[in-house]
Ligand binder design. Structure first.
Ligand code: SF4
Length: 461
């Protein structure tokens, strides 16, 4: 694979290591334990960890997400220090002390827990113990580098790197952006590989597509739906698959109104959902997990869920195309649905014009975040091909990223015409801006750019 990116790659990764050393990881204000559990179960935190007692912990099997009272994941297998294997359950808490606060230490249902995951420590030593006084291995999860982090924490204003970036010659700037794009792709491929290991290729792909459709505010609810219902279940009950997705999302409950019952599509969904509602009721998503405003009408989550249902129903066709980037992208672009081709949401009036079920920019996003990583893990990726894919402009997040990195200059937009360039800029934003809590003061990116430029000028590598 071509790599003009090698010279900048090591300094970039080193800067990240320094920037991400933190005592207490950033916790999203919007996410609860449930959302972090979904990320864990998708393999987003990885499978190899350093426990609080210094031992190495490898998760061999992630087990099953428990829907009953008791630990969060059951029948998992972990290995410690490359030697001893333990089979049992896994509990994930926001704070390490929640173990005692929630009474797990005295609860027989938690007797078989072999791994206690937490996001924040309690500030003092805290040992996780079962009711038999067995000490449980603890791992503090790091949220840095997560590919699903919120994008709302970085302010839309020029950052401290505008100066160093403005001094960088065009070719070097493009090399910086390409390096970040390549690192992003490697991470996506790694995340997909982990998910494949836990769920198998079809479920992992389906979850990745659900996340891509949830962009940008609803990735987690889409992931949770895909994890809870599974592609396998949707494919085994094809006539009800669409109703199951809308029922689980809770959107049908919100759209229940007698004056809408004449709506044939909504009524058809309800007809199927009524029969399954008591069985699946416990898996329904809370309404507050969704963010319904703030995106363009044709990106409404209702439409995106309609698209996910269409993808599930055409799964066999899609899977035949996964190694052909153009054909797969074309397949997504041609997806169609009699209701969703003309409606923005379950309750909206029909549009006089046809609306693409999955628009061009979302297809490009699917190419970058799902289809190309599939090619990477199957050994069929061609970076030159990826670099030649043009991108759509007019993306609000990209505008914020360009403002942060380039200020009012048009330079950012000039380096965003290709998909790899947009992906690279997004990666810099996620790696540095979203992990910065010092208003740029402690950010390593400006120094990284300045040092690298100096070395290039001196001809050092
Ligand atoms: S946090 Fe770092 S990368 Fe982001 S704008 Fe500030 S200096 Fe630039």
């Amino acid at each position: 694979m071509l790599l003009s990116v090698d010279t900048f790659r090591s300094p970039y990764l080193r800067a990240l290591e320094v920037s991400t050393v933190e005592e207490q990881p950033a916790i999203s204000r919007r996410w609860s334990e449930l959302e972090y559990q979904a990320l864990w179960y998708a393999g987003a935190f990885g499978s190899n960890f350093r426990a609080t007692n210094g031992s190495l912990v490898e998760v061999i099997q992630f087990g099953f997400w428990n829907r009953e009272p008791g630990p969060d994941f059951v029948n998992a297998v972990i290995r410690t220090d490359g030697a001893q294997e333990f089979k049992g359950d896994i509990e994930l808490d926001m704070n390490v002390a929640d173990w005692e606060r929630h009474g797990h230490g005295d609860n027989p249902a938690f007797r078989n827990v072999v791994l206690h995951l937490f996001l924040q420590n309690s500030g003092s030593d805290f040992f996780t113990r079962t009711m038999d006084h067995r000490e449980v291995v603890q791992v503090q999860l790091k949220t840095t580098g997560l590919t699903l982090t919120d994008t709302e924490s970085a302010l839309a204003k020029p950052g401290a790197c505008c100066g160093p970036l403005s001094n960088l010659p065009e070719a070097q700037l493009d090399q910086v952006v390409e390096t970040a794009a390549w690192i992003r792709l490697e991470r996506k491929a790694l995340a997909l590989r982990r998910s494949v290991r836990i769920h198998g290729i079809d479920e992992a792909l389906f979850q990745a597509l659900a996340i891509a459709l949830g962009y940008k505010w609803n990735k987690i609810p889409f992931l949770i739906i895909a994890q809870r219902i599974t592609l396998g279940r949707l494919r085994s009950d094809r006539t009800a698959a669409e109703a199951i997705l809308f029922g689980l999302s809770g959107f049908l409950e919100q759209s229940l109104s007698t004056d809408q019952q004449e709506d044939r599509y909504l009524s058809a969904l309800w007809t199927h959902w009524w029969k399954l509602r008591s069985e699946l009721h416990d898996l329904m998503l809370r309404a507050d997990l969704w963010r319904l405003g703030g995106s363009r009408p044709n990106n409404h989550p209702h439409r995106r869920l309609g698209a996910l249902a269409q993808i599930a129903s055409g799964w066999s066709d899609f899977r035949k195309l996964t190694t052909d980037l153009d054909a797969a992208a074309d397949w997504f672009q041609r997806l169609s649905h009699p209701f969703w081709d003309f409606h923005y949401s379950l309750r909206s009036a029909p549009s006089p014009r046809r609306i693409s079920l999955i628009g061009t920019s979302r297809v490009k996003d699917i190419v970058a975040n799902v289809l190309f990583p599939v090619l990477v893990i199957s050994g069929n990726a061609d970076w030159t091909v990826f670099k030649s894919i043009r991108a759509e402009l007019g993306n609000t997040l990209l505008e914020i990223v360009c403002l942060r990195l380039f200020g009012d200059s048009v330079r950012g937009q000039q380096h965003a015409h290709f998909l790899y360039q947009q992906q690279g800029l997004l990666q810099i934003f996620e790696d540095f801006c979203l992990n910065d809590r010092t208003d740029c003061r402690a950010c390593r990116f400006p120094g990284l750019i300045a040092n690298w430029q100096e070395k290039e000028v001196k001809g050092e590598k």
